[in-house]
Write a protein that binds this ligand. Sequence first.
Ligand code: IVH
Length: 671
Amino acid sequence: MSVPKKDLQRIEKLRDQIRYHNACYYVHDNPEIPDAEYDRMMRELQELEARYPDTITIDSPTQRVGAEPMEGFETVKHELPMLSLNNAFSEEEVLEYDRRIHDRLPGQKQIEYTVEPKLDGLAISLRYEKGVLVRGLTRGDGNEGEDVTSNVRTIESIPLKLLGKDYPDVLEVRGEIIMPKAGFAALNKRQIEKNEKTFANPRNAAAGSLRQLDPKVTRTRPLEIYCYGVGVIKGKDTMSTHHATLEKLQTWGLRVNPETSVVKGVKACLAYYQAMLDKRARLDYEIDGVVYKVNDLADQHTVGQVARAPRWAVAHKFPAEEELTKLLDIDVQVGRTGKLTPVARLEPVYVGGVTVTNATLHNQDEIDRKGVRIGDTVIVRRAGDVIPEVVGPVLSRRPKKTRAYKMPELCPVCDSDAIRQEGEADLRCTGGLYCSAQRKEAIKHFVSRRAMDIDGLGEKLVDQLIDQGLIDTVADIYSLDKDQLAALERMGDKSAANLVEALEKSKATTLARFLFALGIRGVGETTAQTLATHLMSLEALSRADEETLQAVPDIGPVVAQNIIVFFQQPHNQEVIDKLLKAGVHWPAIEAVDESTQSLQGKTFVLTGTLTKMTRNEAKQGLQALGAKVSGSVSAKTDFVVAGDKAGSKLQKAQALGIKIIDEATLESLLE
Ligand code: IVH
C-alpha cells in the first residue's frame, strides 16, 4: 500500500519529536512536555504505523519489544575488548596512582581528571551504526559477551536512534545498566507477592533482568543506563578530552551520570571521593566507589594500558557495605515503650566505614525468617548512616554446633511478663514504669535535643541516676541539686553547675515539645505539633475524647486511644503536675486564624539542599501555614520544593506533572 506523503512526513516528525523528548526526560532530567502529551504522540505514531506497517523501522520509538522469547544468548566477540578498572582502596593508593601518572606525563603540574561515580550495575556495550542501535553486548569476559540486544532495546533511557546529525558511522558506547534503589524495592515486593524469588541487591536484579530470555519480562523491570565511555568509533572522531566525549554523547541522546565532573590534581579527586561518600545514601542508585580518569585523550594514549585495564583510570572503592562475621550471641534490649529487641553480638567487623559489634535482629519473626543461629557466620550490612543489620547466615559456612534462638518470656531487666499483642511482631515488657530500662529510655527521650533539649544529661548519666535511685521519673530531674550531681562519676563542680543551669533553661519550652517529650506512643514530633496547634492547651488535650482527637488531621484511632489511655493514668497525671510545679511552662497558643492558614490542605515535599533555611525551618514554616509536609512524592503531592542538586524526588515530581517551586518562591510563600 502506498503511503500518502503527508502521513509519511507525520510519522517521521513524530519519531523525531519523541526521540527529542526522550532525551529531555532521560538525558537532561528536564522534560519539556507533560507525560500526557508524550503519550498522545506515542499513540498517534502507533496508530499510523498500524495503518502503514511497511513504514515501521527498527529504530522507531514504538519498537521496544518486538522480539519473541529466546532459547539462549549468542556469544559475540567484542571488536575492542571491554577493559576493567584497577582498584585503589585507600588515600595512599590513590596518591601512588597519581604519582605514577605524573611519572608518565612529565612536566604537568596538576593532572586533570574526569571524576565519576562507580556505578554498581553491569557493564554494557551498545553499538550504533549510522545512528541506529544494532547491538547490545554484555561485558562477558571482556573479549566476548552475550548478545542482549532485544533486552537493551526495552530500556527507555537507551535511544534506539541517536539524535542530531554529527554522530560517527559506527559508535560503540560503553556504560552501566543499573536498577534504581526504589525500583529494586518495588520489584522485590512484587516478587514476594507473586511468590517468586527476590533479588539480593540492585546489581543482581539488574543482571537477572537483562539476562531474561523474554524481552517482555525485561520490559517490566526498572532498568536504566548511564554511559561512561566509548569503544569502537569510526568516522567522525573529534573529541580531545574524555569529558568532551561524555558531553558529546549527551547531545546524541545518550545518558551520562549527572555527578560527573572535571577536577585538577589528586587533592580534588580525594575531595570528590569524600563528597560522593557523603552523598551515597541519598542517591537513588547504588555506587561502590568513584572513578578517576585522565581527562586528556592524548595523555590517556601516552599513559597507555596494561593487559586488561587502562593505566589512565582507577576506581577508588568505598568501604564495603556488607561483610562477613560471626554471630557470637543474642541479647535483648528494652526500649522506651517496652519493646524487646534482640541484638546480635558480633565478632568486631569493619563494614561501611566503621567497626560494628552489634546489629539489630528486629524481632523473633525476623530471626526465624532469616534463619540465623548463634554460632553462624553471617552477612552484616551497614549502608550510610543506617543502623547495622544482620542480612542472613552463610549456610555453607555453618559450623556443626549452632544454637537456635528463642526470645525470653520475661523482661530481662525487670522480670515482668513479656507479651506479644495480636497482629504485632514485637514482644513488649508489661512492667511499664516499674521496669528500670523503660524508665531510663523515657528519661533519655525526655531530655533529648528535639524534646526538652537538656544539654549535658547524657545516657551514661541517666543510667547512673536511675541505678542509684536518685530519680524515678522525668519529673524528678528538676529536683536534682548541684551537690548531688557533682558527686556522680565523671562529673565535677563545673559540669554539675552547667547541668543545673541547662535544667533551668529547659523549663521554658513549647507545648509541642512538651507533648513530644512525654513519649506517648505514636506521638512523634509532627503529631505533637499538630496536636498543639489544634487543641491549643494541655488541659484540652488531656480531656479530649476519641472524637475530638480523631478530628485532628492525621490522628487515627490507634494514636487517639494511646493519648486517652496516657492521660487516664493517675501516675502520668502526677508526673505532669510535678513538672508544671517545677516550673515547666510554655507560651499560650493563639487561635489559628483560618485566613493565615493559606496553605491549608496542601501537601509539600522538600528535596535538595536549601541555602537560606534548614529543611526543618522550611517544614515548620509550611506547617504553620496549614500545609502538610511529606517525605515522598506521590499523586497526592501538590508542590515539590526543589533545592540545590535535587534528585530522584524531583524527577518523580516531573514525571507526575506536579508543580515544582524553587527556594525563592518558597520564601515568598512563607513571608
Ligand atoms: S570505565 C576503560 N567508568 O566498573 C575503563 N567503569 O571495574 C572501563 N563501572 O566493567 C570502565 N562505573 O562495569 C568505568 N564510571 C565508570 C564506571 C565503571 C562502573 C564498572 C564497569 C566496569 C567495572 C570495572
